[in-house]
Ligand binder design. Structure first.
Ligand code: GLN
Length: 268
């Protein structure tokens, strides 16, 4: 795990760490740190808040967490005007990025919040997100989604619905839960090495294969070479993953059982 005489290092830009941090999103950074350090890889984390530009040369990996409409409104202009051009350039250059929920929505073309004006997004993902309004039901619960021969698990809580444009690849396919919009079975989006998802929870501690995928992509971006990661003892992570999947499936089964009963009550 050495590169010449140097140890490997991953330089992570954490966008708006205080404003965009819901449902354990920060746990993603902790998981990345643990999985890097266990292999002797350094993880340098730089928080970039309002007023701080994004330097494409300074990072190998980008993370942005979720935030409610209010926070999204606070960061949207800064994201677009101060960081947008360089984030778009970095994404085209293959820099891996993980964007979650409110952050994910703003990496699309636009987000229409529950109230007020539409927010323009970075347009990295060809998709639009629309919140149908405060009275609409939210997409809340545990999710299991098929991803690369395995599954991703997590917790979602969003009012906005995301619609991918034709040809945009979803990150995963929903098995239990809502995902992008509760209608078309898609969850998240992927373009190049940029990933969007509605999964909080935290996502990466329970999905170690996805965490390692990001670390590998970040090292490839930094060093221009494939780095193989020695396996870790993931017994706990696998248990957390299996538990979350079980909860998601039993929630989905309970929702299915409740549906005819609800329909009967409504008809009466
Ligand atoms: N404000 C967005 C929504 O409700 C995002 C919420 C979130 O990041 N959890 O759709």
């Amino acid at each position: 795990m050495q590169h010449g005489d140097e140890h490997y290092t991953v330089r992570l830009a954490h966008l708006y760490p205080t404003l965009m941090n819901l449902y354990g999103d920060r746990g993603n950074i902790i998981a990345l740190r643990r999985r890097c350090e266990a292999r002797g890889i350094g993880l340098e984390v730089t928080g970039l808040g309002l007023g701080e530009p994004f330097d494409t040369e300074a990072y190998d990996l980008v993370f942005i967490g979720g935030g409610q409409d209010r926070e999204q409104r606070r960061i949207a202009e800064d994201l677009l005007t101060l960081k947008g051009e360089s984030l778009r350039a970095a994404s085209e250059d293959g820099m891996p990025m993980l964007t979650v929920c409110g952050g994910y929505q703003l990496f699309g073309r636009s987000y229409q919040p529950a109230a007020g004006e539409q927010l323009p997004g970075l347009g990295i993902f060809p998709m639009r997100s629309i919140h149908p309004g405060e009275d609409a039901s939210r997409c809340i619960g545990n999710v299991e989604a098929r991803w690369q021969g395995g599954t991703l698990v997590g917790f979602e809580n969003h009012g906005g619905r995301t619609y991918l444009e034709d040809g945009t690849t979803p990150l995963a396919r929903v098995r239990a839960g809502y995902g992008n919009n509760g209608e078309d079975g898609t969850e998240g989006a992927v373009i190049g090495a940029v990933f969007g998802t509605y999964l909080h929870g935290s996502l990466l501690p329970k999905n170690p294969a996805f965490a390692d995928h990001l670390i590998r992509l970040a090292l490839r971006h930094h060093y221009g070479a494939e780095v193989s990661l020695p396996p870790l003892d993931d017994a706990l992570e696998r248990r957390a993953h299996a538990d979350a999947a079980r909860v998601a499936r039993s929630d989905a089964a309970a929702a299915r059982r409740a549906r005819p009963l609800f329909a009967r009550l409504v008809r009466r």
